[in-house]
Design a protein around this ligand. Structure first.
Ligand code: KG4
Ligand code: ZN
Length: 372
């Protein structure tokens, strides 16, 4: 089975050719829009969908060319249907439906978070089940238990901001740039992670939900506290957060981001280890854009080896952590093996799509792109 996979859920236009199972990535092309969104300090949805419109065809062509395949040599088209930004999803879903309609090939709808999870099966197709998966992305943070392929039980998720969003918002607050995760990771290397004791959201509570919005507010309050004296000295009466940040010595900013990163990582790792102690998985996986973070990768790896003996630990290669279409193709090859195909008439973009084992939707918003 050879699949052309398409992913446009946020600000990356991506296409890949994947065959399997086990998933073999024959090509993986990602056109990033970081340059476009940087000046806004976050993803600007309308610009994202416009950029997808311009790049989707060249990206698909490049993915086919890099795999050395013509469209006729592809068996099935796979596409991310959600969750994500509706305007972005529509471009990929439309492209996939059009290709499927024109070629008569089946279509496989893929949930974006299933894609992140399946990034792990690219390098580790034989990882044993049950698998506990921590997915940490820009829009989502969740813990999922899989007893077998394509079966997901969500144990917990964030009640407010995702961890990736917290990285992005704290970076924006401190005027560091976008996307926040990689920038904070780099600066944190020169900071003291113990300088500030930021709150570990929901750590004391049972269950596996997360909360990261309080952490972002705690960073803001700390900036206000640290600059109070200087504000008085300078007799400032009205000021923006960025003005406050400009009053901080550089080392304090580095200490703030290192302490923030430490708090995020501790909560993620602690909750994952707790879930593993409760459910006794044979594998622990990490996935999503924040899984590119070295502190998170190494801390979860070390804790799994130390506290969960005989548990296999894996995290995808960096290029399969942040958004890409190879992970969508990887999920699709397993759906193809289970014969879970759809026709182009039935596949719709679904900005609130939920992970579901049967591939059924429980989302509140359903978008019909076009009807026959
Ligand atoms: O999975 P992803 O590419 O897109 C979504 O599905 O949302 O994740 C993007 C998120 C952003 O919030 C970004 O700041 C974060 O992943 N991220 C990181 C790192 N690289 C990307 N966070 C922490 N450390 C990193 N190295
Ligand atoms: Zn993602």
């Amino acid at each position: 089975m050879r699949i052309l996979a398409i992913e446009t859920s946020c600000d990356e236009t991506a296409a890949a050719v994947v065959s399997g199972p086990p998933a073999v990535v024959e090509s993986n092309v990602v056109a990033s829009q970081i340059d476009i969104h940087q000046k806004y300090g976050g993803v600007f949805p309308e610009l994202a969908s416009r950029a997808h419109t311009e790049t989707i065809i060249p990206v698909i062509k490049e993915a086919l060319a890099k795999a050395g395949k013509r469209l006729e040599e592809i068996d099935t088209i796979a596409v991310t249907i959600g969750p994500g930004l509706v305007g972005s999803l529509l471009i990929g879903v439309n492209a996939a439906r059009t290709l499927a309609m024109a070629t008569g090939k089946p279509l496989i709808p893929i949930n974006h978070l299933a894609g992140h999870i399946y990034a792990n099966f690219i390098a580790h197709p034989d990882a044993p089940f049950p698998a506990l998966v921590l997915t940490v992305a820009g829009g989502h943070t969740q813990l999922v238990l899989m007893r077998r392929h394509l079966e997901y039980r969500v144990l917990g998720r964030t009640r407010d901001d995702s961890a990736g969003e917290a990285f992005d918002k704290v970076a924006k607050l401190l005027g560091l740039g976008y996307p926040g995760g990689p920038i904070i990771e780099k600066l944190a290397q020169s900071g003291n992670p113990k300088a500030f004791d930021f709150p570990r959201g929901m750590m004391a509570e049972e269950g596996f939900d997360f909360s990261f919005s309080g952490l972002k507010t705690a960073v803001l309050y700390k900036v206000q506290e640290l600059t109070r004296k200087r504000v008085k000295e300078k007799k400032l009466t009205s000021f923006s957060t960025h003005q406050l940040v400009s009053l901080l010595p550089r080392q304090l900013i580095l200490d703030l981001v290192a302490s923030f990163q430490q708090a995020v990582v501790e909560v993620l790792v602690e909750k994952t280890v707790r879930a593993a102690r409760r459910f006794h998985p044979r594998s622990v996986f990490l996935s999503g854009g924040v899984a590119a973070n070295t502190l998170l990768r190494t801390t979860l790896s070390e804790r799994t080896h130390r506290d969960l003996p005989n548990t296999f630990f894996a995290v995808p290669e960096l290029k399969f952590c942040t958004d890409n279409a190879a992970m969508i193709g990887a999920a699709a090859v397993y759906k193809a093996r289970a014969k879970r195909f759809a026709s182009w008439q039935d596949v719709q973009a679904d900005p609130n799509a939920e992970l579901s084992s049967q591939g059924r939707k429980r989302a509140s918003v359903r978008m019909r792109i076009w009807t026959q």
